[in-house]
Design a protein around this ligand. Structure first.
Ligand code: ADP
Ligand code: MG
Length: 380
């Protein structure tokens, strides 16, 4: 990829650019916890975005996307927003850097990536963090890493119409080889934990389905969580978010809230504890416990939070049947991928069975993505 990018850069601009890279991400555990002030536990992966960049001494940005085989050119003022969606991510990063007092002047860039688009691995965050990191380095702005992640997040909010949380950009900027990062979504404190699953593989199975209820269902889940938290707060004023509540405090209000809200809250409070349990297990190198927690999360997402679907439950059940160590739906739900922790010796059989049995039942093959926890945004 490096070579292809530099060759194109040379062909277009007559020299070589400086290379930067960033990564997509997975979240091992901690789902639907972010808006409840709980923990998420992501890591950067070995696929991402790579870009060659050089200041061009003009007021314009000229950028070429190798994957789309398209170029875009835009100025750096608010009204210069480009038409092409992929270019908006880069424009947004420029604008958000400038809004924070950073310097950005015209530059040339060629970039490419290998994060599957829209599969739940956050190719958009990889793109944002690659350029946010690169511009900060090239123009010597000295913006701290957390703010670089926020530049990506604000780009999604203000230029791409996606009201996302901070996890994706955070993981893409802060990711480190062999480490997952526990992020407290309330305080934004974070801590690295070792992730060296020797003898195991981490593999995503993409159901390639996206069920349409996702956004209205998401809002309903949020409302249920807020309702449960409000009921608990009457007895325990220290509960700001649902994740602050103890399980027994939820039991106290069981009769006061709809059963549905109770089940949603039961999942969230359990999930916050599972993240902590997984972190403890990782410090002991205990991947079997990690896997068991992943199954518990899947159960919760499927039966209590009700954001799974037939395809994902099928993949999860198959994983259990084939002695896969851990498996769960990853992301918001209603489609997308399962994330699986599989012993190396079981890997081939599991993947072959998943492909065959899924296709036989649902009429299309799932996609398989092997991932390794790797470095986030960096200069090459
Ligand atoms: P994801 O879940 O992968 O982040 P999004 O829809 O949020 O999915 O972001 C995908 C968009 O990001 C693409 O439509 C494209 O505009 C941009 N993008 C991601 N990767 C690339 C790439 N390699 N080249 C060009 N644009 C990319
Ligand atoms: Mg995205």
């Amino acid at each position: 990829m490096k070579q292809k990018i530099q060759e194109k850069f040379k062909a277009l601009f007559g020299e070589e650019g400086v290379l930067y890279a960033s990564a997509g991400r997975i979240n091992l555990i901690g789902e639907h916890t972010d808006y409840n002030g709980g923990y998420v536990f992501p890591g950067a992966i070995d696929c991402g975005i790579m870009a060659a960049i050089k200041v061009n001494g003009t007021p314009k940005v000229k950028v070429f996307s190798l994957d789309y085989n398209e170029s875009a050119e835009f100025g750096l003022n608010e009204e210069d927003v480009p038409d092409k969606q992929w270019a908006r991510y880069i424009f947004g990063v420029c604008r958000e850097t400038i809004k924070r007092g950073g310097k950005v002047e015209g530059f040339n860039a060629v970039f490419a990536g290998d994060v599957p688009l829209g599969a739940g691995l956050s190719s958009s965050a990889a793109l944002e963090s690659c350029f946010a990191f690169a511009l900060n380095d090239i123009f010597g702005n000295g913006i701290d890493k957390f703010e670089l992640a926020k530049i990506g997040q604000s780009t999604e909010h203000n230029y791409c119409g996606v009201k996302c949380g901070i996890m994706d950009q955070f993981a893409s900027v802060f990711g480190k080889e062999g480490a997952l990062i526990r992020l407290n979504c309330k305080t934004l404190e974070y801590k690295y934990f070792p992730f060296h699953p020797k003898g195991y593989k981490l593999v995503l199975i993409d159901s390639c389905v996206k069920h349409e209820l996702a956004s209205s269902a998401y809002n309903k889940r949020r409302a249920s969580c807020e309702n449960a938290a409000a009921a608990i707060r009457k007895n325990h004023p220290e509960v700001e978010f649902l994740s602050d509540a103890k399980r027994v405090w939820l039991d106290e209000v069981r009769e006061q809230i709809p059963e549905e809200d109770f089940l949603r809250a039961e999942y969230v409070i359990g999930e916050v504890q599972r993240v902590l349990d997984v972190c403890d297990a990782l410090e002991r190198d205990d991947y079997e416990t990690v896997g068991e927690m992943m199954y518990q999360t899947h159960f919760g997402l499927s039966r209590l939070y009700e954001v799974s679907c037939e395809e994902l439950d099928f993949l999860n059940k198959l994983a259990r049947k084939m002695d896969v160590t851990g498996s769960r739906v990853m992301g918001g739900g209603f489609g997308g991928c399962t994330i699986n922790l599989v012993k190396e010796e079981l890997y081939d059989g599991f993947i072959a069975a998943a492909k065959e049995q899924f296709a036989a039942k649902f009429g299309h093959a799932p996609k398989i993505y092997d991932v390794v926890i790797s470095d986030g945004a960096r200069k090459l």
